[in-house]
Structures are given as C-alpha cells and as structure tokens.
Ligand binder design. Structure first.
Ligand code: GTP
Length: 523
C-alpha cells in the first residue's frame, strides 16, 4: 500500500522538475524570509528571533545531490549580499554572507554524512542529529563569526555573550522552524508507515481549538501590573496532537505558523511574550518554540519509526504465513507421496514381480487370517496347489523367456477364474496356490478341476509363431480337525500335488489322511 502525505501539494512536484525553478524558489524564499526576520526583529541589536534564509538554503541542499550544492551556495551568497546591501558595509555584508553559507554547508554536509541521502526526519536519531548539527553546532560556529563582525561595528554596548546567544538561537531556530516544513513539503513523496489522518473533522477541530488558544495567548495587550494567567506551554498538547496525528510535515506546519504569529504579535506588543524586556522576549520565544518544535518533531519521528517497525513486522508475518502455507501444501504432497510409496512398497513386498500374483509370504499371512476366522465361525477353508507339468521341457525347448511368458499367461488366465475373496499366489518356480475361503473339500475339488481343464485348453501365444499347450497337476487340502494350521494345510496340499504328479500328472488329487483308504483322483 502506498500512502502519500495528504499535505503534499502539486506545486511541490512542479518545483522539483527544474533546477532553475529551484534556484529561483530558494532566492525568493531567502529574500522574503530575510525581509520577515529583519522586519520583526525583537532585539535592538538586529539579531532576529528566527533567521529563516539559512533554513531555506539548507532545505535546498538536503533535497539535492551534493554536486549541485555550489549553485545554491552561490544563490545564497548573492541573496545575502542583496539583503545586507545598503544596511551594512561590503566587508561586513560579505562576512555575514560567508558565515551563513558556512553554517548551511556544514549542516548539510554533516547531516548527509551521518544520516545518508535518505534523511527525512523519520526517526529519533535523525531528529536529534538534525537538532545537534543545524541548531547547535553549525549556528554556534557561524554566529560566533557573525557576532564578532557585528560586535566590532556596533555602536551600542551589549554583552557579547548575550548577543552571541540570541544570534545562535535565532539561526538555529530558523532551521528548526522552517527546514522540516520546506524539506517535508518539497521532497519526493514516500511511503508513510502510518498515514497522517485525513479526517477533516479532526483537522477542523484542531484548527478551531488551536486558534482559540493562540487568541488567548497572543492577541491581548498586557498591562504591566496585570500578569497574564495562561502559559505558552499550553501549546504543548497541540504539538503532540499534531505529531501523533498529522506526522512530521503536520507538526512542522503548525510549528512554523505558531512561530511566525508569535513573533509578529510579540513585535506588536501583544501576547504572553510581550510582557518582558526585548532581549528576554526574543530568548524566551526561541526557547519556547525550540522546546515545542523539537518535542513535536521527536514524537512524530518516534511514531514514524514505530510505524516502520510495525510495518516490517507485519510484512515478516505475512511472509511467514505464506511460507507456512507453502510448507503445509508441501507437507500434504509429501504425505500423499509417502502413502503412495508405502502402498507401492507393500504391493512389491507381497507380489511376485513376474506374474503379479501374490507371493508366498502374503499367502501364508492371508491363510493364517482365514483359518483363524474359519475356526471361529465354523466354516470351511481349502487350499489348491498346482504345478505345471514338465515345465523344464518348455524352458529347455524354447528358452527361459518363453517359459516366463507361459507363467504370465497361466497366471492371467487363472486370475480370471478367481472369486472375490480368493487368494492366488505363486509359491515356487512353476508352482501356484489358491486359497479358497468358505470352500469345503467338494467345492475346492470342483474349482481345481475347472482350473485343470481351463489350463489344458489354454492356448498360449508364447512367440509370434509359437502357440504352446500345457497341463498342470493339482493337489487339494481342506481344513479339518487333523489339519488345523496353515503349515499343516500347506503340507497336505503339497502332498496331494505330489500324489497327482505320481498319478500321471494333469489331474486333481484331494488330500486324505494316511489312515483313510485312498486319495480322490479326478481326471
Ligand atoms: N522360465 C522360468 N522357468 C522357471 C522359473 N522358475 C523355475 N523355472 C523352471 O521350472 C522348471 C522346473 O522343473 P522341474 O522342477 O523339474 O519340474 P517340471 O519340469 O515341471 O517337471 P514336473 O513338475 O515333475 O512335471 C526348471 O527348469 C526351472 O528352471 C521361472 O521363473 N521362469
């Protein structure tokens, strides 16, 4: 989401389009603000409450590449000379001009160096560094020069320190009052983490209440014996309100308007500051405005910074949610794959690779289950074991591959004969077993005989021009009190199968216990 300050007017975009326009704006800003500052100077020494041209020049430098600074520097020198012309001798005017240029360049250089190109009053560190550099350090040095120049030429006798302090605070306060406003107004709009409020109701309420307070503070003519009861510190809540709800640009705008109004009114002898002596008026005004504005700017920066952190936390949370969703999908896919792979492995572990019939292990496990169930529910289970006759001859005559095809063809044919619930397994080279739940000996014998004749009639297309016929021998065993385990049933079927082989092959033999008179032989 891109939120742009609602206070960004289109005129700012227009100014940003051309360097010439910027230079003209700076020149105009310097001259007009100097005119205002000089016109409403409260001190008899000429030191102003706010020296604003430096703030105009500093805003221009902070808004542009350092390679263009010389153009604005030159503009500032020319403006300073124009401002000083007539009122001051040339050497002194030049001294003031270079002193102010030094102040602006030093501020811009140090801010750019310590805060980088992205400086925007956007966190507490930037506001404190700005205050330290543009309000304390640079004006402190430059005003020392200015005070010395002025002091050497001044006819009246004022304290050097007092003069320096007023000058210093005047320059510094000019920067604090105007630079954040111009800079915030003219710079490229950026994403604000917490959008300043767009509620016209709140803005109107703010303006009405602030106007009321300003009227009470600044629009009365004090009488010497009647001290006014309202404190200028009543403005603090309004600065905090502006900082919290209207952002850096909002609080700068409020600060600038309040400052200009306070100066004008004090100059005309109205309001809380006009009760005092001229020098103290200027200093108190400066201190009061510095406190209000720096507090407002700091709070706005902290709110902005918190908003940035909150937004990056939100973005991190969104990324985490996306990653979590992706992981969930991946996990589901993995689970499906694992289930498929497990099923495949289970199938491979229980299936004969050549014929796709079940293997011996599966058969034995299945037989165990069926026998246990049959014994509980008292129903029959039979096992039919069969073996291809003379299969070695097939391999020897036609090769192993043909033998394999015969095994596959036989398995496919037998599988078609199965009932639901029957289990078909390959238990040896050419040996197969069918487990028939709920089939007694007679039913199993019928199934075996049906299979035997099916095998006998089977035409196996073993090769392009090779059709083979085979036969198989069958042994059948049924669960009984004497044959009550899987192994016993298997051995019994195996015994019957061998008896079928011994009986001439291609026949079905039912197992009979040794005590019984004879084995049943079919076909
Ligand atoms: N092609 C092929 N042959 C196999 C496979 N497993 C076992 N055989 C062969 O099956 C034949 C089994 O031969 P024998 O045990 O002598 O049995 P037979 O020739 O069928 O004779 P009878 O069972 O007595 O009728 C051997 O030649 C084995 O090599 C297999 O997977 N593929």
């Amino acid at each position: 989401m891109r939120t742009v300050s609602p206070y960004q007017p289109s005129i700012a975009q227009w100014v940003r389009t051309s360097t010439a326009l910027q230079i003209a704006t700076v020149a105009l800003g310097c001259l007009l603000s100097a005119e205002f500052a000089s016109r409403f100077a409260l001190s008899s020494t000429g030191a102003t409450v706010l020296w604003l041209p430096n703030a105009v020049a500093l805003s221009a430098l902070l808004l542009t590449r350092s390679s263009l600074w010389w153009k604005f520097g030159l503009t500032q020198i020319v403006c300073e000379l124009l401002i000083g012309a007539g009122a001051l001798p040339l050497p002194q005017a030049l001294g003031f001009a270079f002193g102010n240029l030094l102040e602006v360049l030093l501020s811009a250089y140090l801010i750019r160096r310590w805060c980088g190109r992205n400086f925007a009053f956007s966190n507490l560190r930037e506001v404190l560094l700005f205050a330290a550099v543009a309000m304390v350090l640079a004006p402190g040095v430059a005003s020392l020069l200015g005070t010395w120049l002025h002091y050497s030429a001044a006819a009246e006798h004022v304290s050097f320190l007092e003069h320096w302090q007023t000058w210093w605070l005047g320059d510094g306060m000019g920067m604090v009052v105007l630079t954040p406003l111009l800079f915030g107004w003219l710079r490229e709009p950026t994403e604000a983490p917490l959008a300043p409020t767009r509620s016209w109701l709140e803005c109107s309420l703010f303006v009405v209440l602030l106007s009321g307070l300003l009227y009470l503070l600044l629009f009365f003519v004090p009488k010497p014996d009647n001290a006014w009861g309202f404190s200028s510190m009543l403005l603090l809540p309004f600065f905090l309100w502006a900082a919290l709800r209207f952002g850096t640009l909002g609080v700068s705008l409020v600060g600038c308007l309040v400052s200009l109004l306070a100066i004008v009114q004090t100059y005309h002898g109205r309001g809380v500051f006009s009760l005092l002596d001229a020098h103290i008026q200027a200093q108190l005004l400066q201190q009061c405005l510095a406190t209000l504005l720096l507090t407002g700017l700091a709070v706005a920066a902290i709110v902005n910074d918190l908003g940035m952190k909150y937004r990056s936390l939100e973005q991190a949370e969104q990324k985490l949610e996306v990653a979590h969703a992706a992981l969930t999908v991946l996990n589901q896919e993995l689970e499906v794959r694992v289930a498929q792979r497990t099923a495949e492995l289970e199938r491979l572990a229980t299936t004969d690779a050549l014929t796709d019939a079940h293997n011996r292990r599966f058969l034995m496990a299945r037989a165990g289950i069926e026998i246990a169930q049959a014994q509980r529910q008292l129903h029959a289970v039979s096992l039919v074991m069969f073996d291809i006759d003379h299969f070695k001859h097939v391999n020897d005559s036609h090769g192993h591959n043909v033998g394999d095809r015969v095994l596959v063809a036989l398995s496919n044919a037998v599988r078609k004969e199965l009932r639901l619930g029957d289990t078909f397994a390959r238990v040896g080279g050419e040996e197969f077993v069918m487990l028939l739940p709920r089939s007694d000996a007679d039913q199993a014998l019928l199934v075996a005989e049906r299979l035997r004749s099916m095998v006998e009639a089977l035409e196996i297309q073993a090769d392009e021009d090779l059709v083979l016929h085979i036969t198989a021998s069958f042994g059948v065993a049924t669960l009984s009190p004497a044959i009550s385990t899987v192994d016993a049933l298997y051995v019994a079927a195996d015994t019957a199968l061998y008896q079928a082989k011994d009986s001439g092959r291609n026949c079905v033999v039912a197992y009979k216990a040794p005590s019984e008179p004879a084995l049943t032989k079919l076909a």
